[in-house]
Each structure stands twice: as structure tokens, then as C-alpha cells.
Write a protein that binds this ligand. Structure first.
Ligand SMILES: *Cc1c(COP(=O)(O)O)cnc(C)c1O
Length: 378
């Protein structure tokens, strides 16, 4: 069976974790956490990166830092993971869902302005499949209406828009290092902070509302309770696992990209024949080969294709159920405007296996099976 995902593993992980154990440095903000933060800061040119226990927690921190409160509205796509909305619902805010563009599955930047009310406080672009949203337009709107921008860049590490790293456009950017992402620590994430003046508040919220980070750096001689906060620090053992991946980021990305390109090439004839659709990467966007998806005609065809592939030992999966149609989405959020593409496109989308160490031969095999479904006699 070719599984949909295999967590990334480079070979150095055990050595680094053993080092944590032997040096008795296993709690948060240890040497490996610092190395990961530094690596991400160097690569993205953000003012500050703080490793967190998940992307969900990074988004919760961003919601706290942005001062999101009861009654506020936050604009986001409905085609996203639950965490994008959860972080704001926990603050008592209302997610206002806006339709997506069918080509990238990202929020339609041209529909955002009409959803702005006097309660709107933030826009949360989600960079689906590591392909950027139209950040020029989104930043322009945020400036015009004085809204915070919090990027859900869970899938977007090392992707860019017009040469600038995803996660660094908004006040806050959130990465995920869940085992399904390009680089992993099992469960984990990172908060990227664009403006220096917000770093101290972020460190306090992440350390249970205390200034312990300052204390650790020797800037004060005892630490104390300063503000509200929670515990968003991962163990240094998790960071050690992640660091082994970051060191190999080039190789991992290149290998994923080779698979992505091979899928695209192999399946292009089916797209040309009008049988499927392939992903679009707009001008100015550099992606990280986080995902390879195709679109079937509609949900019945997609279900048949999933089963066809399963019978041929290929595990393919669909993705998000639009949040506005889910019980919690109905309760906590609202959809602004018409759902022209969110539901329809989500029902057509099928993700094919994509992970570090997936071989080109496996990609060729998978593509032959997809071609067999559309061209062979079923
Ligand atoms: C993976 C993912 C998340 C959640 O990440 P965790 O690290 O598991 O909390 C949030 N948003 C999107 C778009 C994701 O893909």
C-alpha cells in the first residue's frame, strides 16, 4: 500500500533527542528550540520566531496578542482546518467566512471588502497547499480598514509571495510541524512575529503570563506574573526532532518538488482532455510542494476514484468539509455572500500521496492508476 503520508525522518533525530536526554535539557526553550527559532528567523527574515506546541496554539497566541474579543468579527475562508476558526471562537469572536477562488482554493481577495463591518478586527488568510493568497490586495485592505492580518501558514513554510516568505506579511504568522507537514516534530508549530514591539508580550503569553523568558536570558533576577497567558512551549526533545528536519530542508523540499512536478507532468494529458483539473500556482508564488491534488468532476466521481485507487493499493484522501456547513460553524460563524465555490470545489478535490521519500516510481505507478480510471474501461 502506498500510504497518503509518512512522517518525515532524516536519520539524525535520535542522535539529537539522545543529546537532550543525556544533557538533561528536555523542557521548553532549550538549545534545540533556540536553534529552530533562529533557523526560521534566518530563512523568513521575520523579527522573531517562537516555537509552539502546535499551529493551533500559535493561532491562539495570535488571537490573544491581537486583542480579539467577544463580539469581534474575523474574516477567513470556510475551506480550512478547524483551528483557523477555533482560535478566534475561543476569544468569543465570530468567524465570517468568505468564498474561495477555485484555482488556488484560497480566500477570494476580491470578496473580502464586502464582508467588512464595523466589528471586523482581523483577516486570516490561509495559504492552502503552501500556495500564497493574494497578499498585496489583502494587506491593502487591512491597511484601509485598520485590520490585523494573522496568516495561517500551517502548510506554507519556505513558500513565498513576490519573494517574501509566507507567515511574514501579517502581524503574526503561524506554521505547523504536525507529522503531516513538510517538516515535523510530531505535534508542534511556530508563531512568527513581524513587529519587534510585540515580541515581549508574545513571550509572556507563551510562558503562562510570566516574564520567565527574560529571566532565562539573565535580563532580570527573578520572574513574576505579568499578564494572562498559557503554556505554549514544546519540549526541547520535540524541537530536537524538528531541527534534524530543518537541517535537511533543502533536500526534503527538492524531493517533494520532484514528486510534485512528476505528478503534474504525468497527469497533464488528463487535464488537457478535460477529465481532471490540476493545481494552479499563480505568478509570483513559489510553493513548497506541500500537497498534490487533482479535481474530479464531482463528488460521486471522486468517491469512485478513491475506491479505485484503494483497490490498487494507493491511499488517496479528500480534505476539509467547509466549516460553515459543520455543526460548530453553524453555531459560531456565518458565511458572507454566496457559497459559489467553497462547497463545490471541496467536494471535487482529491489529495494524492505526498511525503519525503515517496519515489518517482511510486508517483508513476499512482498516475498510471489514475489514468486507468479515466481512460481504461471500468
Ligand atoms: C495542519 C493545519 C493546522 C493545524 O496545525 P496543528 O499544528 O496540528 O495545530 C491549521 N491550519 C491549517 C491550514 C493546517 O493545514
Amino acid at each position: 500500500m502506498i500510504t497518503f503520508n509518512v512522517p518525515p525522518y532524516t536519520g539524525k533525530e535520535m542522535e539529537y533527542i539522545r543529546e537532550c536526554v543525556e544533557n538533561q535539557k528536555i523542557c521548553g526553550d532549550g538549545p534545540y528550540t533556540q536553534k529552530c527559532n533562529q533557523w526560521i528567523e534566518d530563512r523568513t527574515h521575520t523579527a522573531k520566531c517562537l516555537l509552539t506546541t502546535s499551529c493551533t496554539h500559535a493561532t491562539e497566541m495570535a488571537a490573544l496578542l491581537a486583542g480579539i474579543r467577544e463580539g469581534d468579527e474575523v474574516i477567513m475562508p470556510s475551506y480550512t482546518f478547524v483551528s483557523t476558526a477555533d482560535a478566534f471562537v475561543l476569544r468569543g469572536a465570530t468567524p465570517v467566512f468568505v468564498d474561495i477562488r477555485p484555482d488556488t482554493m484560497n480566500i477570494d481577495e476580491n470578496l473580502i471588502e464586502a464582508a467588512v463591518t464595523d466589528r471586523t478586527r482581523a483577516i486570516v488568510p490561509v495559504h492552502y497547499a503552501g500556495v500564497s493568497c493574494e497578499m498585496d490586495k489583502i494587506m491593502e485592505l487591512a491597511g484601509k480598514y485598520r485590520l490585523a492580518v494573522i496568516e495561517d501558514a500551517a502548510q506554507g513554510i519556505l513558500s513565498s509571495y513576490k519573494g517574501k516568505a509566507l507567515g511574514t506579511f501579517g502581524e503574526y504568522g503561524c506554521f505547523s510541524f504536525h507529522e503531516t507537514k513538510n517538516f515535523s516534530m510530531g505535534e508542534g508549530g511556530a508563531l512568527l512575529i513581524r513587529d519587534r514591539e510585540n515580541i515581549e508580550d508574545a513571550e509572556i503569553i507563551r510562558e503562562k503570563g510570566t516574564n520567565r523568558s527574560k529571566y532565562y536570558r539573565g535580563q532580570i533576577d527573578k520572574y513574576t506574573w505579568i499578564n494572562y497567558g498559557s503554556s505554549y512551549l514544546p519540549s526541547d526533545m520535540n524541537a530536537a526532532y524538528l531541527y534534524a528536519q530543518l537541517e535537511m530542508a533543502e533536500e526534503i523540499t527538492a524531493a517533494r518538488m520532484a514528486c510534485w512536478e512528476r505528478y503534474y507532468e504525468n497527469l497533464y494529458p488528463l487535464a488537457q482532455a478535460g477529465l481532471i483539473e490540476l493545481p494552479t500556482v499563480p505568478e509570483g508564488c513559489v510553493h513548497n510542494a506541500h500537497m498534490f491534488y487533482i479535481k474530479a468532476k464531482e463528488i460521486e466521481e471522486r468517491t469512485a476514484l478513491i475506491n479505485w485507487l484503494k483497490e490498487r493499493d494507493v491511499h488517496s484522501v479528500f480534505h476539509y468539509i467547509p466549516l460553515h456547513t459543520a455543526p460548530a460553524g453553524l453555531k459560531f460563524g456565518r458565511f458572507h455572500g454566496e457559497d459559489r465555490y467553497t462547497t463545490r470545489e471541496s467536494e471535487r478535490l482529491l489529495r494524492l500521496p505526498m511525503f519525503y521519500r515517496l519515489t518517482l516510481e511510486q508517483v508513476d505507478y499512482i498516475c498510471r492508476q489514475v489514468k486507468g480510471f479515466y481512460m481504461g474501461d471500468r
